[in-house]
Design a protein around this ligand. Sequence first.
Ligand SMILES: NC(=O)c1ccc[n+]([C@@H]2O[C@H](COP(=O)([O-])OP(=O)(O)OC[C@H]3O[C@@H](n4cnc5c(N)ncnc54)[C@H](OP(=O)(O)O)[C@@H]3O)[C@@H](O)[C@H]2O)c1
Length: 283
Amino acid sequence: MRIAITGANGQLGRALVATLADQHELIPLGHDQLELTDPATVDHIAATGADVVIHAAAYTNVDGCARDPILAYRVNGLGTRYVALGCRRIQATMVYISTNEVFAGDGQRPYVEDDPTRPINPYGQSKLAGEQVVRTLISQHFIVRVAWLFGGERNFVRTVLRLASNPPAQGLRMVADEIGSPTYTYDVAIGLARLINTDYYGTYHFVNDGICSRYEFAAEILRQLGMSTPLHPIRLRDFQRDSTPPPYTPLANLAGAALGITFRPWQEALAVYLARLRNELLS
Ligand SMILES: NC(=O)c1ccc[n+]([C@@H]2O[C@H](COP(=O)([O-])OP(=O)(O)OC[C@H]3O[C@@H](n4cnc5c(N)ncnc54)[C@H](OP(=O)(O)O)[C@@H]3O)[C@@H](O)[C@H]2O)c1
């Protein structure tokens, strides 16, 4: 298949390019080639002549989105509309990468694919606007929600590593009441490679198996690295930031599992990622 990938230089985009390149003809579209806020994105996407467009680009800085909600909407909402209109013109299947932050985070169990959405911050609101426009404009769509991604240059694992290599005297402080589903970008990419070979259109939750808090995630990273850096739990309300994260947003992968697309536990995926980082550092 001919597959165009937006956000090709981002964290997930790079994993998608690496995973799909063997089997498909790829058209990677980085930010330097495609500006989502520009309506000409419609023509640009149409000109790719792609069978499938994977729209992974987004304004992902959640605190930046909180400071500038209009920009968040222009990139994640309107920009997604332009990508969808381009897909519609050439009848391409559209894959829209969405987020756990479309949910309010006040539930008692992991969210399933059709649970009601109610984002509580501008990033989640702008990503939900993207979901809605994809559902309206494209019948042949996959909306794939992911969460707490690691695998690239900027992510929570890298942040913990950086902090732990030069810790403050009192040790590290991590939020213990923000709960989610850590997810390895390369596992998502393998799942997507399988999903786009089907016509089971609809909404999916592609996350590694298991649930944890930010505190537990950090503790596991340190444990796997054999680091004894002191780590202290704090509460979300004690961690000042511009965005308000939804507290409890683990995602349940029901629709993917029904097709046989399942994901290993996040701890196993983390071990693979840390091994890759070690090799990168040594080479
Ligand atoms: N990271 C997570 O934990 C997480 C969690 C849930 C969902 N998601 C979703 O997963 C997808 C991939 O996330 P990621 O972690 O790979 O993000 P990322 O590393 O920030 O990559 C996003 C890419 O989009 C590009 N981009 C930003 N603004 C753009 C614009 N106006 N026009 C064109 N391209 C633009 C960025 O380019 P520049 O860097 O040059 O701006 C970047 O290469 C996104 O849709 C995100 O919403 C991510």
